[in-house]
Write a protein that binds this ligand. Structure first.
Ligand code: AMP
Ligand code: MG
Length: 398
């Protein structure tokens, strides 16, 4: 059976996302908007800067007015003050960020002038009209779109919105994502570990990650591999925008989630050309979209980061969902071409990608050690020094 290439899977998921946009808006103060998605474009309601101002501490003058002779100082302008028009044949003492007085067009920095004993100022260096002046609107003109709809907001965007005087921003509502960890073997940290049991790592990984993505997490806990329990658990998740499960998608497993989805929804089992993370389920339960990620924690990480994350962002109207990546030289040899695209946990050391020695899909420690994922293409071998795409984990986790 042929495997679905990563790009094809992503494209399908993004199509599904566009068919199920989360459109509702809420108007929130800047302080509550970090990590959220802007619902409508942000248009500048004023010029920035709103008036020409000084880029330096110094003296403002009208260059046309200056004969080369020292000028008297007619006013002193601090940031926050509204100056009077510049008196002809004079200069103004001015400080950084203070508005230029009407009639002035040039600022000389204080280091380049000489203060005469009679209080006049001699300009010792050649002057250029407009020097050290920040013109009105040099950053932004009123009416310009400064942030498009679908922008993910971070500290920089919030600072920019604040500079334009926006107190409230229209945001897409948070997606409600239900997180289900399937597996009879799972127990939560803090509980006693019985024979054959392991601690649930995916729940903590995904819940924290989803919160960073601006989602509201409906933590549905551990789901035993039991059809009736699965039915009950899913029945309580009708409010979710997405049901995100881990585990129970391997072939030949007592696949309870799949069974319930076949009864009350729809289910597609994808076999992806990706490693770690080959099996993925995609479907819906009573109209609620479901993504079932593989259970091995490194597989959960890779499939969430490369597939579920962009899917969720696209449901919020984010256009550019691809993580930033860079090309780096391999610090290792990859002599045997594989059938699946591999995302190896790697560190950048002296500018080269070095691999964590154990790349098993169950080893989450590989990702804790790594700076990012290097992409080894299917059907390819690599020699040390060959270029590879490197996706920083900080980019995926942001
Ligand atoms: P499954 O896809 O259910 O066959 O799980 C694949 C592997 O991942 C098994 O070794 C599971 O024990 C492990 N696994 C599944 N879910 C989790 C989880 N939430 N935390 C840690 N390991 C898990
Ligand atoms: Mg399982």
């Amino acid at each position: 059976m042929s495997l679905l290439p990563v790009e094809a899977a992503l494209e399908r998921l993004l199509q599904l996302a566009e068919q199920a946009p989360i459109r509702e808006l809420e108007l929130l103060p800047l302080a509550a908007a970090d990590g959220r998605v802007l619902a409508t474009e942000l248009v500048a309601g004023l010029d920035l800067p709103p008036w020409p101002n000084s880029a330096m501490d110094g003296y403002a003058l009208n260059l046309a007015d200056w004969t080369g002779e020292p000028l008297p100082v007619s006013q002193r302008i601090l940031a926050g003050q509204a100056p009077a028009p510049l008196r002809a044949g004079s200069c103004a003492r001015i400080f950084t960020g203070a508005p230029l007085p009407a009639g002035a067009d040039t600022v000389e920095m204080q280091e380049n002038v000489e203060l005469l004993t009679d209080g006049r100022v001699r300009f010792n260096e050649p002057l250029r009209a407009g020097q050290n002046v920040r013109p009105q609107g040099q950053e932004t003109r009123m009416g310009e779109v400064v942030l498009p709809a679908g922008t993910r907001l971070g500290p920089v965007q919030l600072g920019l919105a604040a500079s334009l005087g926006c107190a409230l921003l229209p945001l897409r509502r948070r997606p409600r994502v239900a997180v289900l960890s399937t597996g009879d073997e799972l127990v939560e940290p803090g509980q006693a570990l019985g024979a054959g049991q392991i601690f649930n790592s995916n729940r903590s990984l995904l819940c924290a990650w989803l919160q960073r993505l601006g989602c509201e997490v409906l933590d549905a806990g551990i789901l035993a591999d039991d059809p009736q329990r699965t039915r009950e658990a899913l029945a309580g998740l009708g409010q979710a925008d997405l049901i995100l499960s881990t585990g129970g998608v391997s072939v030949g497993e007592a696949d309870c989630l799949g069974q319930v989805l076949r009864e009350e929804g729809e289910l597609a089992l994808w076999k992806l050309a990706i490693k770690p993370g080959k099996p993925l389920t995609c479907g819906h339960y009573r109209g609620v979209p479901v993504l079932g990620l593989p259970g091995n924690p490194a597989s959960t990480l890779v499939t969430f980061g490369l597939l579920a994350r962009p899917y969720l962002l696209r449901r919020l109207g984010v256009a550019d969902v691809a993580p930033l990546s860079v090309e780096v030289p391999a610090g290792f040899a990859w002599p045997r071409a594989g059938q699946r695209r591999e995302y190896l946990r790697a560190r950048l050391e002296n500018g080269r990608a070095e691999l964590y020695p154990n790349q098993s899909s169950g080893v989450l420690r590989s990702a804790a050690w790594a700076d990012g994922l290097v992409e080894v293409l299917e059907g390819r071998t690599y020699a040390p020094g060959d270029a590879l795409r490197f996706i920083p984990l900080s980019e995926l986790l942001a």
